[in-house]
Design a protein around this ligand. Sequence first.
Ligand code: F6P
Length: 198
Amino acid sequence: PRSIWLSRHGESEYNLTGKIGGDSNISERGEAYARALPSLLRKSGVPPNTKIVIWTSTLKRTIQTARHLKAETGFEKLEWKALDELDSGVCDGLTYEEIADKYPEDFKARDDDKYNYRYRGGESYRDVVIRLEPIIMELERSENVIIVTHQAVLRCIYSYFLNVPQEKSPWMEVPLHTLIKLTPRAYGTEEKRFKADI
Ligand code: F6P
């Protein structure tokens, strides 16, 4: 049966400094993950002659993370704007400390209702779930796909396939440098995680 692989981008310059959003490059460690991704995918179990399509967002960190995977496998690659990270509006480029300092009411409002909280000039998790609808529809009709995207977006996609209520998606564990393989089975979705050794 077909599988869906999910991965965050490799560690980015912003991840290193604790800033959210942006369009930074991947760090040296992030590049090590990008180089490890083709073998991590093989290790996860890919039947011979399986074609996998690579989906990324339009942001540099996901494209850089998929670069070696694309080069080594020759798989087709698509970039989707709908896979870009949750838009944090006026808070884009700030650390959580800076947000708490500059926008204390917003920081509290997000803490109180993380799923519905919409950044000023940006998005909420609920907004992301809605903009992902076409992506989910396309995924349902696709065979094997590996998606390299961002934390908030992956939490929503993951919740959808694991049948977790979308309101709980903001708290799903989707760590860096970990490939998640989801395979739909008769009894539900089978999940396996492969952590890169970097
Ligand atoms: O810090 C990485 C990041 O992807 C940010 O760009 C994004 O705003 C955040 O994670 C989403 O996580 P949370 O919803 O927990 O703030």
